[in-house]
Design a protein around this ligand. Structure first.
Ligand code: GLN
Length: 198
């Protein structure tokens, strides 16, 4: 990383927090676990991990984090969401549990558990031109899908049938899969570059 070391947080209410923290530290970032508004205020970017979006939603409200995260997104803080994190960044979701809310920010509709119970998880190689020629080995675990994306949303990766699995809009980045578990660090690097530019 260049000049100064970015200070980023991982929302640590539930999910694969450690895996993200490890990747971000490995890329040279200073990493804090974020559970409280004061901890959010101290970081320049946030990762919302994979896990269970309905649980992270409930805990974020219980911990008084929903409004601060929404405010930070509105103020332009770079945020990267993987899987459940993608669901939490979506303005609209389908197949959420009763009363499930999101932070929002991404002008997309995301279907939760889009691959159904028959296909719990799968791995595939994806072309992601924004990250270079080398394909991304993507691990999908009870993954969501972007069903509809507004005009300001950049489609970073699609399955062979065209379904959208990675998007970017302004400072927000989201993947339906988990680069943090497959040794793929380019999405985190892209996130850190966004933090350094912000
Ligand atoms: N199915 C989970 C949800 O609804 C997401 C799974 C994941 O993050 N690996 O939040």
């Amino acid at each position: 990383m260049s000049t100064h070391r970015p200070h980023v947080g991982v929302l640590a209410l539930q999910g694969d927090v450690r895996e993200h923290a490890r990747v971000l530290s490995g890329l040279g970032a200073e990493v804090s676990l974020v559970r409280r508004p004061v901890e959010l205020a101290a970081v320049d970017g946030l990762v919302v991990p994979g896990g269970e979006s309905s649980v992270i939603d409930k805990l974020s409200r219980a911990f008084g984090m929903r409004e601060p995260v929404r405010d930070a997104i509105a103020a332009g803080m770079p945020v990267y969401g993987t899987c459940a994190g993608m669901i939490l960044l979506a303005d609209r979701i389908t197949d959420g549990i009763e009363g499930q809310q999101t932070f929002g920010g991404l002008d997309v509709t995301v279907r939760r558990n889009a691959f159904g119970s028959q296909v719990d998880s799968f791995e595939t190689d994806l072309a992601v031109p924004a990250l270079g020629a080398e394909p991304v080995h993507a691990v999908f675990i009870r993954a969501p899908l972007v069903e509809e994306a507004g005009p300001g949303v950049e489609r970073l990766a699609q399955l062979d049938d065209g379904r959208i699995v990675a998007v970017r809009q302004g400072s927000l980045l989201a993947t339906a899969f988990h680069p943090e578990v497959s040794g793929e660090h380019r999405f985190h690097r892209l996130f850190l570059e966004t933090v350094q530019r912000a």
